[in-house]
Design a protein around this ligand. Structure first.
Ligand code: 5GP
Ligand code: MN
Length: 333
């Protein structure tokens, strides 16, 4: 919990920080935000990852210092593991031998850390780093503010998603006070892609289909598409959300081929439809409205299985909703 994290930071000097493979905005922003916080407290800290940092987040202060490593190659008093369901998610060798601090806002976390601080009410880990800074009596410097603002903006879909709370907006407001220019961050994150993103988007959207009820959309991305579009990592950020722009679409499946018979799956939903539960059935996890998993096997077969589970989740929510309305009508009558 938070008090243990504060105590550890106060008593130790030398920290590593890492996040999951294919780091997203929250992973990168929160890691760097924490790194700047630790440094502002006179500590040694560095961020290590197994993957390159996506172009969209490279303008963050400190992003150019992030070290790409395959395994732990230095001595740390503790390693912070940001946004990871388990100790293997960062794909960094020997991490399990370290004193780890698991900081996450997913309720599905496996509590693998030597210390675990999980807050599923936080919109992003970035919001938790803000709380940590306050708890430890630190000052929100411009560097910290820029990093955790990016974390919050990306994890809330620019304050569109239901995880956006009054507290999220208050924190965002404090970050702007500390020197963040929201338009500059949005420009760097959303309008700085190479043209290959548009090429890839065109091809992926060409595969989009809907079920007969018109509430579920699914689409695919092949390795071939990545090649022909000359895509780079991160070019497909947010593709999964595009079909949600249609009012009648309640849930989306986006499957991308990542190897032979191997696929990464992203699931998104609106309202009470719980896609984390669907992802868990396939060994993954996530949040109610945004989840994912990795599947291996025949593409059509796997897509069919996921679609079946998702249909059940949509129908269950719709039945519950109808029942609620009927109960209300009884009360009103
Ligand atoms: P995305 O679709 O953006 O890759 O992931 C959406 C959410 O699902 C994220 O919050 C992420 O942590 C979670 N997620 C995606 N893939 C996996 C997975 O393989 N395992 C677990 N536990 N969570 C995942
Ligand atoms: Mn997050």
């Amino acid at each position: 919990m938070l008090s243990q994290v504060v105590e550890l930071i106060e008593n130790k000097q030398n920290f590593g920080i890492t996040t999951h493979v294919r780091p997203d905005g929250d992973g990168v922003g929160s890691s760097l935000g924490l790194c700047w916080l630790l440094r502002s407290l006179g500590k040694h800290a560095e961020v290590i990852t197994c993957d390159e940092i996506p172009v969209a987040y490279r303008s963050l202060p400190g992003a150019d210092e992030i070290r790409k490593v395959a395994e732990i190659d230095r001595e740390y008093d503790a390693v912070f593991v940001i946004e990871c369901s388990d100790v293997d998610r960062p794909h960094i060798g020997n991490l399990e031998k370290e004193f780890t601090v698991n900081i996450d806002h997913h309720s599905t976390s496996e509590h693998f850390g030597s210390i675990n601080w999980i807050d599923s009410t936080a919109s992003a880990v970035g919001e938790m780093i803000y709380n940590l800074c306050k708890a430890i009596g630190g000052r929100i410097t411009k560097e910290i503010a820029e990093c955790i603002y990016l974390a919050i903006v990306t994890d809330t879909g620019s304050f569109h998603f239901p995880n956006t709370s009054e507290r999220t907006l208050k924190v965002a407001s404090e970050l702007v006070k500390a020197g963040v220019k929201p338009a500059e961050i949005s420009e760097a994150v959303y309008n700085s892609y190479p043209w290959s993103r548009i090429e890839l988007m065109r091809q992926v959207l060409d595969t989009v289909k809907r079920d007969e009820g018109g509430t579920i959309a699914w689409m695919r991305q092949t390795l071939e598409m990545r090649l022909t579009a000359k895509a780079v990592d991160g070019d497909n950020n947010g593709f999964v959300n595009i079909p949600l722009a249609a009012k009648e679409i309640l849930a989306v499946i986006y499957m991308r081929e990542v190897g032979e018979n191997e696929y990464r799956v992203s699931l998104r939903s609106k309202g009470d439809i719980n896609v984390a539960k669907v992802a868990e059935k396939f060994g993954g996890g996530g949040h109610k409205n945004a989840a994912g998993c990795r599947v291996v096997g025949d593409w059509n077969e796997k897509e069919g299985e996921i679609l079946t589970e998702l249909k059940k989740a949509v129908e269950k929510t719709q039945e519950e909703y109808t029942k609620k309305i009927e109960d209300l009508e009884i009360i009103v009558a």
